[in-house]
Design a protein around this ligand. Structure first.
Ligand code: GLU
Length: 619
């Protein structure tokens, strides 16, 4: 440890050095911890914007951000800090993220300017039948709520731990052991419950109460924990400590793997629940076979910059990228605010039409990324935007094979949009270090509260990510269920660079399919409308995902509704069947200025607000 601190200021620590030094130390020393319980937790203050140098961390949670910042201060790099921050979010944001879920990790190497990604998406079990979401009793798809949402059948093989392991192996300077210790300590000492945590627990209370394990953890005394009380998770602390000692093997092999698989096949329901809880198909071998993937990023050119996003099983990079390529054909800077937003919404609808027609897990589906992001195709799609009138939605997907860049009608009546059932949770963190490395990482367990099922005695929720597959099987649908496949995601961790790889901006957001529109709007707000990064993160949002109405936050409707309605846009207030929140996104972002100046931004209001910190604040 001493060695690392000495090296920290001037050169990159090497992974081997870090691992071997750390391995000599007991866990308690690595944590730098007072004995458990010695420090009474206090609610830490939050900071939505921080400007300075030397490194930055921004996430939705102040405990998590601080843990990441401490890693940077001790000489760890952006990847080390991102993993430590994510592990902490597994403690304080257990309904959005954790080892029971998956996610996408985008990394910029500060030395080479190279962008790489990890696809740590949850995966369908090898025995998942294509009619998994059809109720055998009725022959019809299960109702989405409550059957599919709270079920074993929607649980995918988790990829989060494997993502952390891969990221540290590829680019980290610390061991997984060392990265998990601060979060283990946080789980043991607990955190102070805030209104958001209590509300999220209350929203889930009915389904948590249906499982013995979930009830025990999240409804102590039968009630959601009170605001101001301390929420401890010793089971999760023990799990993190186990993994710190033994690596990811106990999770993906052996008794715990068997327990996870069995929990999906035979969820621990209480006797007196009315919830149906369809059982899943996961076997221990599905966990044993889980692998992260490292697909090429999907990169769009926008205003002379390179926008690198997620490929693999995510539609994020492609859909954000296609919309940007379309918008790149217009001079948005010279347009009125209403016209900019009109073009944004129309480009987004066109890109979402193509998403439905072409996007699915690239391991199973041939996604024509190059064509979708080509200038030729963008020019053709741009022809369909009428500055005086919003198109009737849904618009048709285009035919990438027929594209010739002219305004002849290349649309084809394919890819009718299925109902959008993606929920609005997840969490995003963004990290930069002093060496110019950048991480943009979105992770999730899908629904707020995932499947609602805690693995007994292990302190974490299982995801319900497989609900992101299309519910019924259609051989032409790129997002059809297939064994071993990953459901199509909208997660859009993004890093924008100069053509030479110098970072400009890193960002991402939670929000199901509104992730794509949030990232898109944020980019246009900042790069075209000239909003400073904090204002762009705070800006009221509208989301056009190729549906009749634009889903919008009330403040968006107040600010822009009149002008957009005059162009034929229908606007509907946001809010979903599961929560009362009418919010879209809770982004985090880091802007990179001259002289290494970093502007770290967290969401100021949504979801109770996040926390952004820099290593050396500029007064
Ligand atoms: N399932 C979503 C996706 O992969 C993430 C969960 C959410 O944000 O609601 O895109």
């Amino acid at each position: 440890m001493i060695l690392l601190v000495l090296l920290g200021g001037t050169m990159r620590p090497t992974r081997l050095l870090a691992v071997s030094t750390a391995a000599l130390l007991p866990l308690s020393l690595l944590a730098g911890a007072a004995p458990s319980g010695a420090v009474e937790p206090r609610p830490p203050d939050k900071n939505p914007t921080a400007v300075g140098t030397g490194g930055a961390v921004t996430s939705v949670d102040p405990e998590a951000t601080r843990i990441g910042l401490r890693v940077l201060r001790q000489g760890g790099n952006a990847v080390d800090a991102a993993v430590a921050t994510a592990a902490a979010l597994g403690v304080t944001e257990p309904y959005s993220a954790g080892v029971g879920g998956g996610g996408y990790f985008v990394h910029l190497d500060g030395r080479t300017g190279e962008v790489s990604t990890i696809d740590g998406r949850e995966t369908a079990p090898s025995k998942m039948p294509r009619e998994a979401f059809i109720d055998p009793e009725t022959g019809e798809p299960y109702p989405f709520t409550p059957e599919l949402v709270t079920s074993g059948v929607s649980v995918g093989v988790p990829g989060t731990l494997a993502t952390w392991e891969t990221a540290l192996r590829e680019w980290g300077s610390r061991s997984l052991r060392r990265s998990l210790v601060p979060a283990a300590r946080l789980a043991r000492r607990g955190f102070v419950v805030d209104q958001t945590f209590r509300d999220q627990t209350a929203d889930n209370a009915e389904r948590f109460a249906a499982f013995r394990s979930s009830r025990r953890l999240f409804l102590p005394g039968g009630e959601p924990p009170a605001v101001g009380s301390v929420f401890e998770n010793p089971d999760l602390a023990r799990l993190y400590e186990l993994i710190a000692r033994k690596g990811t093997d106990p999770f993906y092999r052996g008794r715990l793997a068997a327990r996870i698989a069995k929990t999906t096949r035979k969820p621990p329901v209480v006797r007196d629940t009315d919830l149906p809880v369809p059982a899943g198909h996961m076997r221990p071998r599905d966990l044993r076979r889980y692998r992260t993937l490292q697909p090429e990023p999907v990169t769009a050119d926008y205003r002379g910059l390179r926008v690198h996003g997620m490929g693999g099983s995510s539609s994020g990079g492609s859909t954000v990228g296609e919309a940007l390529q379309i918008l790149d054909t217009f001079d948005l800077e010279s347009m009125s605010e209403t016209q900019v937003l009109h073009h944004l919404l129309e480009a987004s609808a066109l890109a979402f039409a193509d998403r439905a027609a072409y996007l699915g897990d690239r391991e199973f589906v041939d996604v024509p990324d190059e064509q979708l992001l080509s200038e030729t195709y963008a020019a053709e799609r741009a022809c369909l935007i009428d500055p005086g009138q919003a198109a009737t939605k849904p618009v048709a997907a285009g035919d990438v094979d027929e594209a010739d860049g002219t305004c002849s009608d290349g649309a084809r009546p394919r890819g009718a949009t299925a109902p959008d059932t993606e929920n609005v949770e997840t969490t995003h963190l963004t990290v930069a270090d002093r060496w110019g490395d950048v991480v943009s990482y979105t992770l999730t367990i899908e629904q707020t509260g995932g499947s609602g099922i805690v693995v007994p005695g292990r302190g974490f929720l299982l995801n319900n990510e497989l609900t992101d597959f299309s519910l019924t099987y259609d051989a032409d649908d790129p997002n059809r269920i297939e064994p071993g496949k990953r459901p199509r995601s909208s997660m859009s961790p993004t890093i924008v660079t100069e053509p030479d790889g110098t970072p400009v901006l890193a960002l991402g957001s939670p929000g199901g399919s509104t992730i794509i529109t949030t990232v898109l709007q944020l980019l246009v707000d900042h790069l075209d409308r000239g909003l400073e990064l904090p204002a762009a993160v705070a800006d009221p949002r509208g989301s056009q995902r190729n549906t009749a109405a634009v889903t919008a936050e009330p403040a968006f409707i107040d600010a822009y509704g009149e002008g957009l309605r005059a162009l034929g846009h229908e606007l509907r207030p946001a809010g979903d069947a599961f929560t009362s929140a009418a919010e879209i996104g809770a982004a985090t972002a880091i802007g990179f200025g001259p002289g290494g100046l970093l502007t770290a931004v967290a969401e100021p209001e949504r979801r109770g607000g996040g926390d952004a910190r820099v290593l050396e604040p500029r007064p």
